[in-house]
Design a protein around this ligand. Structure first.
Ligand SMILES: [Zn+2]
Ligand SMILES: [Zn+2]
Length: 552
């Protein structure tokens, strides 16, 4: 089956089950908690909350989505910035039984997948879903329960519909890596295909769950992943959605996002959505390939599904051409600066060219080689770049996610203070090379990304958890001090935000255990936090680990 046939098969299948086919919504969502549309349910959010749906109670769609949190991971087997999500939705109509049954039926009957390779996960408290799976003759040893972190969805933002999920995973290799090998294992054996969300709760802005007045189904099935499985390809890049692009993975992925972002009228800029487009464009330009030609191929590939790409063809090509020119000018200006450098090229001078003229390190090195200039202390570049990335990432999260969007939730504030404790605990246990690489907090859990080269041992995780709990038990006061940025940095306060912050900043200290430049807010004393529990420690990207934790 080709991608075109698969989209049609999905929509036909659910149309036969009484669903109205609704076209994809724009990539630019008005949901303030995200920059771009990342899931099919976004355009249907009001209907889950009781607003009458003009399409009836059952709908299905193929939604174009853009996810930028994985931008640095693109190029491996599964990470994409632009992708399409197949989904079926029910607003106060059918519920778990039909959703699960139809999902299995579709994968088996229409996609031709071997039922024996389908594995299932469910939320531990949702015994109903487990029973439904057993009633469908799914063997018990292919059904696994997980906690909230893996099998409970939502809400997006700090309030809204949410509920338990059932996930359908596909067994790619049939080979166990260990006695504990099951869906969600990181060994690469399983790929998550379909997420079925059962919206049966409503969470208010205080984090309180109550049964929702109406129940809803929200599902998401990644088109590219399913296609790779069906076409027996080892990566999405070998499917018909990519093979005609015949370029590097990064370029093949980025050119799609570029085309679809430009279709929306977004232009390259220094901030917000335009910044994402510029970043993708400049990375693509460096990948050596004919961007204009590739963009035309992408437009041809998608014009029958999303006619707007064809309508906007001229605009799209202009955006690409103009950015190529302005990046070309940046290169020219950078070369002039470069020519002024006397003696060896160092990591610091290469970084200066990078930060002021966007000259990538590879380009600077190539220039130096041409000129037979000496290159030394190049590792300094990576240190400076890392620091710079942390600052801009933290800044972006502050603006577009993280605590910024729900600073008024009491739970989120507690989790934010817990994040500071965790950060210091990790540095104390693993060493000062641990640095914050990102953080995302909602009223349910914290997520903390940090630089570290390997998986943490169970003892290390336990130690970190214990140390945070010890500091909570000591009921330490959190103090805030407004000082000059320079002074704050000098005092050893962790300073990921320093470029984004004004000359005077606030420093939050927890006794002498933690000290961070931060906009807050925080609780008054650590005793308010309750029990700290690490749910998960896993890889986030190369050299970066991710911890998810909660307060009980
Ligand atoms: Zn495994
Ligand atoms: Zn903070």
């Amino acid at each position: 089956m080709t991608s075109t046939q698969l989209r049609k098969a999905f929509l036909d299948f659910f149309e036969e089950k009484g669903h109205t086919i609704v076209p994809s919504s724009s990539l630019m969502t008005d949901d303030p908690s995200v920059l771009f549309t990342t899931a099919g349910m976004q355009q249907f959010k009001p209907y889950f909350l009781g607003k009458k749906s003009p399409y009836g109670k059952r709908v299905c769609s193929v939604q174009k989505c853009l996810r930028t949190s994985d931008i640095d991971e693109v190029g491996d087997e599964s990470h994409l910035t632009f992708f399409e999500m197949l989904g079926n939705f029910s607003f106060d109509d059918y519920f778990k039984k039909e959703a699960i049954e139809w999902a299995i039926e579709f994968l088996k009957e229409k996609c031709g997948l071997d039922e024996g390779k389908l594995w299932f996960t469910y939320f531990e408290e949702d015994k109903e879903s487990k029973q439904i799976l057993l009633d469908l003759d799914i063997p018990e040893d292919k059904i696994f329960s997980f906690y909230k972190e893996d099998n409970f969805w939502g809400p997006t933002g700090n309030k809204g519909p949410c509920g338990p999920t059932v996930e359908i995973h596909y067994d790619l290799t049939g080979k166990s890596c260990s006695d504990d090998c099951k869906p969600n294992c990181e060994c690469g054996r399983f790929v998550e295909l379909w997420n079925l969300v059962f919206n049966e709760f409503y969470q208010d802005d205080k984090g309180k769950l109550s049964p929702s007045k109406q129940k809803g189904i929200d599902t998401g099935l990644g088109l590219e992943r399913l296609l790779a499985v069906m076409q027996k390809k080892s990566s999405v890049f070998e499917t018909d959605l990519f093979e005609h692009l015949g370029s590097s993975r990064i370029l093949a992925d980025h050119i799609k996002s570029i085309v679809f972002l430009a279709t929306e009228g977004i232009i390259p800029e220094k901030i917000g959505r335009g910044y994402i487009l510029r970043r993708l464009l400049r990375k693509a330009i460096r990948e050596k390939g004919d961007l204009i030609d590739l963009a035309k191929k992408v437009i041809e590939m998608y014009k029958n599904i999303y006619p707007e790409v064809k309508e906007k063809e001229a605009d799209i090509l202009t955006v690409i051409q103009k950015e190529k020119e302005s990046f070309g000018k940046a290169l020219e200006a950078g070369k002039k600066e470069y020519n002024k450098i006397k003696g060896a090229i160092t990591g610091a001078s290469a970084f200066e060219l990078y930060s002021t003229h966007s000259i990538p390190l590879e380009v600077t090195i190539a220039w130096a080689k041409e000129d037979k200039k000496e290159i030394k202390n190049i590792e300094e570049f990576y240190e400076l770049e890392k620091k710079h990335k942390e600052i801009s990432r933290a800044g972006a999260e502050k603006k577009f996610g993280g605590l910024g969007k729900e600073a008024d939730s009491a739970e989120a504030i507690k989790l934010h203070t817990a994040t500071h404790l965790l950060h210091s605990a990790l540095r104390q246990i693993l060493g000062d090379n641990v640095q914050q690489m990102g953080s995302d907090i909602n009223s349910e859990r914290l997520r903390f990304d940090f630089s570290f080269g390997r998986k943490l041992t169970n003892e290390e995780i336990k130690k970190a958890e214990d140390l945070v709990n010890e500091k909570i038990k000591q009921d330490l006061e959190i103090t805030k001090q407004e000082i000059e940025l320079k002074q704050a940095v000098k005092s050893g306060a962790l300073s990921f935000f320093k470029e984004k912050y004004p000359d005077n900043v606030s420093v939050y200290a927890i006794n002498d255990f933690s000290k961070e430049i931060c906009a807050g807010p925080h609780v008054k004393r650590t005793g308010e936090l309750g029990d700290f529990k690490i749910l998960k420690e896993k890889s986030s990207s190369a050299g970066v680990r991710r911890i998810k934790a909660i307060l009980k």
